[in-house]
Design a protein around this ligand. Structure first.
Ligand code: MG
Ligand code: MG
Length: 279
């Protein structure tokens, strides 16, 4: 018989996830400040590593077998799992950064997308900016849904619904092969959090659930391939992709976004949701 630990955590365990969440957020903030044309993703990786180490934490990406970096940096047609390299970023590149920290045995995981600032043709930059905005919006729509949901399937439906109603004519593709996940002692735990409607109701949403919600959305077709480096996930049709992620705790008082310093208050306000600190 295999004994499986519950996916639902105790309040003290959720509280232990606050600090790794904040360290993850600080690492991503340090990266965000450096993003400019001419900067390399290896330099961004070093900045994230410095923050995580300085705060007494470890990069949980470096604990993934075979991966040596602190961040994933995915540019343009790369959607997720891009490996930092020494190619200088260019104005107008669509850059997704994913990172996580482990602190005292608990994990945070978060990602954002940005258009690299500087002079670039609006016909290139505009659609990329819109893609990132819609992807971010779908993440917050999913978190807002989590605050009210009885099962995780409602979160998945809310994410897809948001993307469908906010994408330009022709719609966006939502990656099917990569999904969100539970988070806690390990960066990747059960249950899966799908970014599209699924027939299953999914896990019950109740106090103790901690999940990383992470929509991965592309301008064109959702089909992707893994590049020869064995990691980088790119669209087959070459259109750009965006990735946004937060780690979120459900507790007795409501939801708290662990990887946002304000718990998600600002971004959840338009959805009428007020996050509550874990006590
Ligand atoms: Mg991540
Ligand atoms: Mg994740």
């Amino acid at each position: 018989m295999v004994l499986r630990s519950s996916i639902y955590k105790k309040p003290a365990q959720l509280r232990a996830m606050v600090e790794p969440g904040l360290i993850t957020a600080a690492a991503l903030d340090a990266v965000r400040e450096l993003i400019a044309p001419g900067v390399t993703t290896l330099q961004l990786d070093a900045a994230a590593a410095r923050v995580i180490t300085d705060r007494g934490a470890k990069s949980n990406f470096q604990m993934v077998r075979g991966y040596r970096h602190t961040i994933c940096a995915s540019v343009n047609e790369q959607v997720v799992h891009g490996i930092p390299n020494d190619r200088p970023l260019q104005a107008g590149d669509l850059l997704s950064i994913d990172a996580g920290a482990e602190f005292r045995g608990w994990n945070g995981d978060s990602a954002f997308t940005v258009v690299v600032p500087g002079d670039a043709p609006e016909e290139v930059v505009g659609p990329r900016r819109t893609l990132s905005e819609v992807t971010e919006g779908s993440l917050w729509a999913g978190i807002a849904a989590l605050s009210r949901a009885s099962h995780l399937g409602e979160v998945s439906a809310a994410i897809e619904e948001y993307i469908d109603t906010h994408a330009p004519a022709g719609g966006y593709g939502i990656l099917r092969d990569y999904v969100g996940h539970g988070i806690g002692r390990k960066m990747h735990e059960s249950p899966s959090v799908f970014n599209y409607r699924v027939p299953d109701r999914g896990a019950e949403v109740r106090a103790g659930l901690a999940v990383a919600i992470e929509p991965m959305v592309v301008i064109g077709d959702q089909e992707t391939q893994v590049e020869d480096d064995g990691w980088t996930v790119s669209t087959i049709d070459g259109t750009a992709g965006s990735h946004w992620e937060h780690s979120v705790a459900v507790h007795d008082g409501g939801v708290w976004v662990l990887t946002a310093p304000d718990g998600g208050a600002e971004k959840l306000a338009p959805f009428g949701v007020v996050p509550k600190e874990i006590d």
